[in-house]
Structure formats: C-alpha cells, structure tokens
Design a protein around this ligand. Structure first.
Ligand SMILES: Cc1cc2nc3c(=O)[nH]c(=O)nc-3n(C[C@H](O)[C@H](O)[C@H](O)COP(=O)(O)OP(=O)(O)OC[C@H]3O[C@@H](n4cnc5c(N)ncnc54)[C@H](O)[C@@H]3O)c2cc1C
Length: 435
C-alpha cells in the first residue's frame, strides 16, 4: 500500500475546502477573497503572508486541483508571481498584511517599474529619483516596457534615493500607488498587434516612506529577489493551470463578473494540452501532419530537435527538483533554464514558419480578422504559430537577456573575471551617463 504523503493530505484538504466554498454564483472578487484568505492563492508563500509554506511542486498541484475541480484559479499576473513573494521575503508585518493580502485576493494588480530607457541590462544605472519630503518621497523619472502598467493599481518601483554612493547602494524599492496624478501610462504597441507593455512617466508622484520595502537604500537586494522569482517562473514556462482567464485589480473590470461565467469561457479557451512549450510542440506536429509538411525530412529533423530540447528542459527541471528535495542545488540552473527557453522559442519560430510556408506571412490583428484568416487558411492553429513567432523575441530579452544570463554563468558559476569597470566604487552622481 502506498504511504499517504503530504501532497495527498494537501490535495484532500483542498478538495474538501473547494466542495464547501466554490460557488459559481459569486463574483470573481468574492471568490478570490475566499481563495486568498484561505491560503490557496499562493500556497508556496509562508503562512505569515497568506500562504501555506508548500513546495513549488505541491503548489503547482494545488493549481491543477483547482482547475480540475472546475473552479477559478488564483489571480495571476506580476503581483502574485513577483511582488507577493518579494514582499513576503523583505516586507514588514504591516506591508505583508496590506500588500500581499490585496494581491492574493485579487483586489490589486501590480506592475514592475524597473527598466528605464537607459537602464535595462544595466538596471543599477537607473535614474528615476525619489527625494524625501517629510513622511513621503517625491518621485520623478521614466520607466519603459512596463508589462500590464495599463491595468495596474500598484507598481514595484525602483528609484534612486542616494546618488552620492556607488550605483548598487543608493537604490530603494517602493510600493507605488499607480492611481495618482503624477503617473502617466502610455501603451506601446508590439508587432503581435497587442499592447502588453507601456511607457510610464512619473512626475512629482508621491509615495509614503512606510512603503519602502526592505529598508532605505537596500533596493538592489530586494530587486534581486524579484528577479530571481522572475527567472524561476519564466524558465519553468510561467503561467498557472487555472489562472490567467480573469485579470486581478480594480481597472480590468473582472472583479464584478460572475465567476461561473468566467470559468466557462476559460474552459473553452484553454488548450488542455499540458504546458506552454509541450502544447506548442504538439501544435507544430499536428500542423505539419495536416498540411503535408511532415514529408519534408528537414522539417522532421527540426521537429525532433525541438522535441529533444523540450525533453532536456524537462529533465533539467526534474534534476533540480530531485536535488532540492535532498537539500542541494546546482548554481546557475535557473539561468540555464531561461536560456533553454529562449532556444526552444527560437527553434519553434523557425520550424513553425517553415511548416506554414507562405501562410506564415499572414497574421490577424483583431477578432474579425482572425475569423476571416481562419476561413482563408482553413488552419486555425496557424494563428498560434504566427503569434508565437512574432512574440518569440521577447522572452530572450525580459528577465535578463541571453547575453546577461551568459555573463552571470561566466562570472558567478564558472568564476571568470568580471569586465573591468569603475561603477562599483564610484558614486553614482560621478558616473558618465546618457541623458
Ligand atoms: C516582452 C517584454 C516585457 C517586459 N516587461 C518588463 C516589465 O514589466 N518591467 C520592466 O521593468 N521591464 C520589462 N521589460 C524590459 C526588460 O527587462 C529589458 O528589456 C531587458 O532588461 C533588457 O534591457 P534593454 O531593453 O534596455 O536592452 P539593453 O540593456 O540596452 O541591451 C541591448 C543589447 O545589449 C546586450 N548587452 C547589454 N549589456 C551587456 C553586457 N554587459 N554584456 C553583453 N551584452 C550586453 C543585451 O543582451 C542586448 O542584446 C520587458 C521586456 C520585454 C521584451
């Protein structure tokens, strides 16, 4: 007989809880309130931050169980993925209660106000400044590539609070209220036709001193926690089984919808094919079989290469899991996982467009166009391929570009010498900068 594991206990407890609490007549907001306050929205968080201290595996199992039960999963987005675990790690009790509480119950959506026009890979070179004014800071500067900025209630803001020390030491991490006159969000349209990210202009915006997370001028350490969660999430393919079909926060307008309706629409949309990368690999195999491209030996070869890369990525995750279960780790595995994701996406784009042939040049930018395109091509799956091809440049840039992952592996894992630079010892105000 198989021993009852912690995972079995958790799953049984969750199923009981769902039977008692799931009600499709609730609004999305009321449902997320129940889910979050019971510790099921982000069960990997510690108990002091609305979690249950579960392992990553168990927490994925929780998401899956909620989806299989037919209930709406946790409020997704950067709040749950990045802000909540960062604040759970560095925030004080009041911050954890307020900010994490609003995230796990979907009341607030968050965006990440890190990158600037002159500070991406060199994030510590950021020039947005926050100057003390009594119990508040006054913030001025510009951010860019802010995903979800147009629906965010709050922002994870990095700003310079002391230009008189070397760049990594004079940065603070704030929880910034996005609903104030000093914040202007301008969407940027991508070549997919969508506008996922934005420019954010900050002019005399105000943030209370008690909204500094992790201590004044300690923002670099806090930001690195956020980036570590970002890499871990992205390398694993991101996303949650049951989430993502309703948007948290007060702007998107999903909180007042009937939760049963949201789930019904989500089930229709979900592929149910098990994970982003595997699902896209199967899509490519299906398409190649359907349009005869599978007869081309070079396409078969590329599809096999893709399959092998996906399997290697899977083994890498399993290896990490096994090591972590035994208390060990492999330095740099998160960076390698992210590089492997970039490689898989690039190959998917190349082979996908070759399978589609001339149809790969067609892409639809509105629901009506999508319908017409499906009729013309007779291949509804083609849209998923062109969408992925157009977006495939993004993941090898965000969360640290491929080159930056290589640098980290070289310097921190292989022990190679750093590039010579004076920016770790010279006060930020004395460094040469682009304006
Ligand atoms: C889809 C998408 C979503 C994003 N969402 C967000 C968000 O929500 N919030 C946010 O703050 N940011 C976000 N970003 C921004 C992202 O973090 C930056 O684009 C990224 O850090 C790279 O910075 P950059 O664009 O300024 O490029 P740069 O840093 O200017 O780099 C340009 C090129 O130079 C290379 N390079 C730079 N420095 C080095 C070096 N030392 N050694 C070797 N090569 C180097 C880079 O690899 C790259 O190829 C997003 C980006 C994308 C594409």
């Amino acid at each position: 007989m198989r021993a009852v594991s912690l995972s079995d206990d958790v799953t049984a407890e969750l199923k009981d809880w769902l039977s008692e609490n799931w009600d499709p007549e609730l609004t999305v907001g009321r449902w997320w309130e129940r889910l979050g306050n019971a510790g099921w929205s982000a069960p990997a968080l510690p108990e002091h931050s609305f979690g249950r201290g579960l392992s990553r595996d168990d927490s994925i199992r929780v998401q899956r169980t909620i989806a299989e039960f037919g209930a709406l999963g946790a409020p997704g987005g950067l709040g749950l993925m990045l802000a909540a675990p960062t604040i759970a790690t560095h925030g004080d009790e009041e911050q954890r209660h307020r900010y994490v509480g609003d995230i796990v119950t979907g009341r607030a959506a968050w965006c990440q106000l890190f990158s600037e026009p002159n500070a991406g890979s060199d994030l510590a070179g950021l020039q947005t400044r926050a100057e003390r004014d009594g119990d508040e800071f006054v913030v001025n500067g510009q951010k860019v590539w802010t995903s979800g900025g147009q629906v965010a209630d709050m922002g994870m803001l990095l700003a310079r609070t002391d230009p008189g020390v070397p760049k990594h030491r004079g940065i603070s991490y704030f929880a910034l209220d996005m609903h104030q006159p000093g914040i202007e969000v301008r969407p940027l349209r991508e070549m997919t036709g969508r506008a996922l990210f934005n420019e954010v202009f900050i002019t005399d915006a105000r943030v209370p001193a008690k909204a500094v997370i992790g201590g004044l001028n300690n923002g670099w350490a806090v930001a690195n926690t956020t980036l570590a969660f970002e890499r871990a999430g992205l390398g694993a393919g991101g996303g949650s089984e049951a989430g993502g079909i309703a948007t948290p926060g007060t702007v998107a307008g999903d909180l007042e919808r009937r939760v049963g309706d949201v789930v019904r629409q989500g089930v229709n949309r979900r592929t149910g094919r098990g994970g982003l990368f595997l699902s896209s690999e199967r899509t490519l195999f299906d398409l190649a079989r359907a349009n005869g491209a599978i007869a081309d030996p070079t396409i078969r070869q590329d599809l096999m290469r893709l399959h092998i890369l996906n399997q290697i990525a899977r083994y890498m995750t399993l290896r990490q899991k096994a090591l972590r279960a035994g208390g060990g780790d492999i330095p740099g595995l998160g960076n390698m996982a992210k590089l492997s994701m970039s490689q898989i996406l690039r190959l998917s784009r190349e082979v996908g467009l070759r399978i589609l042939g001339p149809y790969g040049t067609l892409h639809a930018y509105s629901p009506e166009e999508r319908q017409r395109l499906d009729q013309v091509t007779g291949m509804p799956l083609a849209r998923a391929v062109t969408e992925q091809a157009l977006f495939s440049q993004g993941p090898s840039i965000y969360g640290g570009t491929d080159e930056i992952q290589h640098n980290i592996l070289g310097e921190r894992v292989l022990g190679l010498p750093r590039e010579p630079a004076n920016d770790r010892t010279t006060p930020f105000k004395d460094l040469t900068k682009n304006r």
